[in-house]
Design a protein around this ligand. Structure first.
Ligand code: BG6
Ligand code: MG
Length: 239
């Protein structure tokens, strides 16, 4: 994934006729590369538990809640644990994850994010966050992004994990936009499915092979602009 916040200016002058009224961004792996920190913390745990855990396995954890991620890992390792043992391991993983998160700075906002958000705001398009993470408030504080989003739906305010559409529907409701007028940006397979289950357009961030159900896939938000959004709307309108 691209690094360094070399946000290029790609503002589009004038007003476009866009159908989209809200863009909802996943956090981990879209706005910031915390997916890497999640992997590092899980890897520390799986090494302790003697479970072989690869980056490929990690793809199945993206977008999935903390406890559901641990369940997947234990299944990979063929281990069965009680609910209280699982709680302890999830808390340990989160303690390590927080060590990484607490060192984060706004420099880690992924390239193109802030410029694209500015472009959306110039068209009066609402900007919301839809993340499974309970650490969302801390991450937004570290990245100094707290005031950038019109609404934040996260793991503290929803109960059903992606691919359930709850988090995106909640974000849409918070900004007062109907689902069919929302576009979601997602890096996780489960997140793409959640967006589609919500009846929203989904732009995948990452690999086409993994995010094959998304309406369009880009490498990162630095590739995104209002003209591409307009072209996608036209293409989908014609399908
Ligand atoms: C998602 C991540 O955004 O949040 C998952 O993609 C993570 O990897 C999930 O498990 C929950 O995060 P947290 O911060 O509540 O443990
Ligand atoms: Mg993600």
């Amino acid at each position: 994934m691209e690094k360094n916040n070399t946000n290029k200016t790609k503002s589009t002058s004038g007003r476009l006729q866009l159908r989209t009224k809200a863009c909802i961004f996943d956090l981990d792996g879209v706005v910031v590369d915390t997916a890497r920190y999640h992997f590092m913390a899980w890897k520390r745990l799986t090494d302790d538990l003697g479970i072989k855990f690869t980056e490929k396995d990690n793809e199945h954890l993206k977008g999935v809640s903390r406890i559901a991620s641990l369940d997947i890992i234990l299944e990979i390792g063929g281990k069965k644990l009680s609910a209280s043992e699982k709680e302890k391991l999830a808390a340990l993983k989160n303690k390590w994850y927080l060590e990484y998160i607490n060192r984060m700075t706004p420099e880690e906002i992924l390239p193109g994010t802030l410029d694209f958000i500015d472009d959306l705001k110039s068209q009066n398009i609402k900007v919301a966050l839809g993340s499974a993470s309970k650490n969302t408030p801390l991450i937004l504080e570290k990245l100094k992004l707290k005031d950038v989003f019109d609404a934040v739906a996260d793991g503290n305010s929803v109960h059903k994990a992606k691919p359930d559409p709850e988090v995106f529907l909640k974000a849409a409701e918070m900004v007062g936009v109907e689902a069919s007028r929302c576009v979601v940006f997602e890096d996780a397979y489960a997140g793409v499915e959640a967006a589609l289950n919500a009846g929203m357009i989904c732009i995948g961030i990452g690999e086409k092979e993994i995010l094959k159900d998304a309406h369009m896939v880009i490498k990162g938000l630095s590739e995104m602009d209002l003209n591409k959004l307009s072209d996608l709307e036209k293409r989908l309108g014609n399908e």
